[in-house]
Design a binder for this molecule. Structure first.
Ligand code: EPZ
Length: 418
């Protein structure tokens, strides 16, 4: 298993280009199942979760051609409408094929994802919504079996809980349902909007994506499309925090600046200089000692839970006490213990973490537990004096494209040890 060896204690300066969004690419790949015509997706990040989804599409019957900067998917026929446990257990986003398969093939068999490091993460909203659209659902042997052989029918669906992939899954299913579907209390994430833009290019009738009420008028069939994925706001946020935590100056390019308002506001409140040289470029410069600022994660447009761990690492270097409150996942503080091993002062109290700073971090051996927790350990290691060895970096490869090469562009001393 690969490890990262990081020599910290040096301000990072330089420019880093942002890749396409993992969390936009995953549903876009699943959406290709909705049509027998070719779908071309551009700016797909070369990360492990994407490869897992591509493998799943091939198992289902798609022809997937991966080019230097695009992926072409053609599903002339769904030969096996199934997402097996072996794949779903490695990537729960595999459940995104449930809606498209039920709509396109009239049936789907998808392994239940089970819990993960950050929480129980049930998919009851996906299943309940599909039942509202008329699918008959059975659960057996750890699988959800959806029977929609008589087709799907438009309905009003109110989500009990705002869910990103739940909104995406049911929006995809509703595109081929007869009649109108209304999704209420839907997720407003930019990735949901990007998926709707792709589906509309495929011929779907969708209004209101990006708001909490989405209307979908079902159509008989969808066509192909050529779509470029939005940039990855979480990757961009991670690199901007790398500048702040090392007392450096980083510019991120090809960045979806308009999707980062909540982070920009927080960084400015700490006293950092955040500037926008142009429409797709953002710069963070250290500006003397940072102030500790409380933060609470929320659904979009609030502060992203996928940046919580990175922000917690940053607050270990700020002056004062910062309370970090996690409201989306019930167990997303695994990184706190590892940061404490490096000298951070963090006290956990239920869904709140109380971070006292600034603390001198020193290099240590630490273990990554999930994708974003591992990113926060990389950031802390870059700020720490001495050498840090991060184990299980396979977690970070799930969602960051060549992170060590990108950080090296800003002067980071980070080595991957196979
Ligand atoms: C998406 O996960 C992202 N993944 C996550 O990013 C992100 O953390 C999350 O949204 C929140 O922003 C992808 O887009 C592939 P949810 P998702 O359904 O859709 C509960 C990363 O690091 N819930 O919005 O699975 C759930 O348990 C990943 O890139 C139900 O109770 O998250 C959670 O507490 C991690 N029942 C909350 O809602 C359901 O049916 C929000 O989850 C669905 C969700």
């Amino acid at each position: 298993m690969d490890k990262f060896v990081i020599k910290g204690g040096r301000p990072l300066t330089g420019a880093i280009p942002i890749s396409g969004s993992k969390n936009s690419a995953l549903p876009a790949l699943a959406a290709a199942l909705l049509t027998s015509e070719p779908v071309i997706l551009r700016r797909i990040p070369k990360v492990r979760d994407i490869r897992t989804m591509q493998r799943l599409l091939v198992d289902i019957g798609s022809k997937v051609d991966v080019g230097p900067d695009s992926v072409r998917i053609e599903t002339t026929e769904v030969t096996s409408p199934e997402a097996p446990y072996e794949l779903v257990k490695t990537m729960r986003a595999s459940s995104l094929v449930l809606g498209p398969l039920a709509a396109r093939a009239g049936r789907a068999r998808v392994s239940l994802p089970g819990g993960c490091a950050i929480g129980a993460r049930p998919i009851d909203q996906h299943i309940g919504g599909l039942e509202h659209l008329g699918a008959k659902i059975r659960q057996s042997h750890g699988y959800i079996e959806a029977d929609a052989s008589e087709g799907l029918f438009g309905a009003k669906i109110h989500f009990d809980r705002i869910t990103v992939t739940g909104t995406e899954d049911l929006m995809m299913a509703a595109t081929l349902a007869s009649g109108e579907t209304v999704l209420e209390h839907a997720a407003r994430e930019p990735e949901v909007k990007d998926l709707a833009d792709l589906l509309i290019k495929m011929g779907a009738k969708i209004e209101g994506a990006g708001t909490s009420t989405i209307r979908i008028e079902g159509v008989k069939q969808l066509g192909g499309a050529d779509h470029t994925i939005i940039g990855d706001r979480i990757e961009a946020g991670t690199f901007l925090i790398a500048a702040a935590i090392t007392g450096g100056d980083i510019t991120v390019t090809e960045c979806p600046v308009e999707h980062l308002d909540a982070l920009i506001l927080k960084l400015r409140q700490t006293g950092l200089a955040v500037t926008q040289p142009d429409g797709t470029t953002l710069r963070v410069q250290s500006n003397g000692p940072m102030r500790s600022v409380d933060m609470t994660t929320e659904e979009y447009p609030g502060f992203a839970t996928d940046l919580q761990a990175q922000y917690m690492a940053l607050m270990t270097q700020a002056e004062g006490i910062a309370i970090v409150t996690e409201t989306i996942f019930e167990n997303r503080f695994m990184h706190a213990q590892e940061l404490a091993r490096m000298g951070a002062n963090i006290r956990l109290d239920g869904s709140r973490a109380i971070v006292a700073g600034p603390r001198d971090l020193t290099g240590a051996g630490v273990i990554a537990s999930d994708l974003r927790a591992s990113a926060s350990l990389v950031l802390a290691a870059l700020a720490a004096r001495g050498e840090t060895v991060i184990d299980r970096v396979y977690h970070i490869d799930r969602g960051y494209e060549k992170i060590e090469e990108k950080l090296a562009l800003a002067g980071a001393r980070i080595e991957r040890v196979e």
